[in-house]
Design a protein around this ligand. Structure first.
Ligand SMILES: C[S@@+](CC[C@H](N)C(=O)[O-])C[C@H]1O[C@@H](n2cnc3c(N)ncnc32)[C@H](O)[C@@H]1O
Length: 240
């Protein structure tokens, strides 16, 4: 039987995971602690590779706004988009407390790419690709939304035996860094796949870095081991 594609590129079960925990989004020691813990590393990775002050940044799948607010604090003019109602509510509530202004909107990245092509200097899309049915479509839309010469940043989880052991068994069952069921192994994305989608979106991949967790020091760090979590920096060339 032919499978019918969801035109919104949504997986209701995945969305629901974040609806349920949204009121604890900004609890630094709560269920989303790992997002808080990796945020300085993600921000540092972005800041090293692009200018943020005064530029238009789109944060795709922004959730409760952990990265969006950090980008705004760097002086960027940030738009955050997500399809979850409750995460966006948590983001708007927190923005009032923090004073880091972000323009939060409920839209798909594909619809925004139709409405506002090349409207952003920088696009970030972190920890989203492993939660959607058609990640290549998200990557293509990110490529359309960034201006020529602009930068795109992705973060996701590799798909192999080590990532199954570390990102699911280790993180969800042994160390309890994440809630059980946070991730589905089959939705993880290999760096080769992401590179191919980025290139098909007209982007040049400039760097891929690994994001590691040391269970003894309980600290995250960046290196070149991309077997589990990794980040990617791509740039839209001026001519394509
Ligand atoms: C793991 S959270 C990541 C949040 C944020 N990017 C961060 O890293 O701090 C994933 C987010 O993706 C959102 N999401 C899931 N599917 C989506 C889709 N198709 N379009 C936009 N957002 C989506 C969820 O609502 C959730 O807020």
């Amino acid at each position: 039987m032919k499978q019918v594609e969801d035109p919104l590129n949504l997986d209701e079960r995945e969305l629901d995971k974040f609806e349920r925990v949204a009121d604890r989004w900004w609890d630094r020691n709560g269920v989303l602690k790992s997002l808080h813990d990796i945020n300085p590393l993600r921000l540092g990775y972005i800041r090293e590779r692009t200018r943020l002050r005064g530029v238009r940044v789109l944060d795709v799948g922004c959730g409760g706004g952990i990265l969006s607010e950090a980008l705004a604090a760097e002086g960027a003019r940030v738009t955050g988009i997500d399809m979850g109602e409750a995460p966006l509510m948590a983001a708007r509530r927190h923005m009032v407390l923090s004073g880091h202004a972000v323009d939060y909107r409920r839209t798909t990245v594909e619809a925004l790419a139709d409405a506002a092509p090349a409207a952003f200097d920088v696009v970030t899309c972190m920890e989203l690709l492993e939660h959607v049915p058609r990640p290549a479509s998200i990557v293509a839309a990110c490529g359309r939304l960034v201006r020529p010469g602009g930068d795109v940043f992705f973060a996701t989880i590799n798909r192999n035996l080590k990532s199954f052991v570390f990102a699911i068994v280790g993180a969800e069952y042994v160390l309890r860094l994440l809630e059980r069921g946070s991730h589905s192994f089959r939705m993880f994305v290999r760096p080769g796949e992401l590179t191919q989608w980025a290139e098909s979106a007209g982007l040049d991949v400039r760097n891929v870095a690994g994001l590691q967790y040391n269970p003894f020091s309980r600290r995250y760090f960046l290196n070149n081991n991309t077997r589990v979590n990794y980040l990617m920096h791509a740039r839209r060339p001026h001519r394509r």
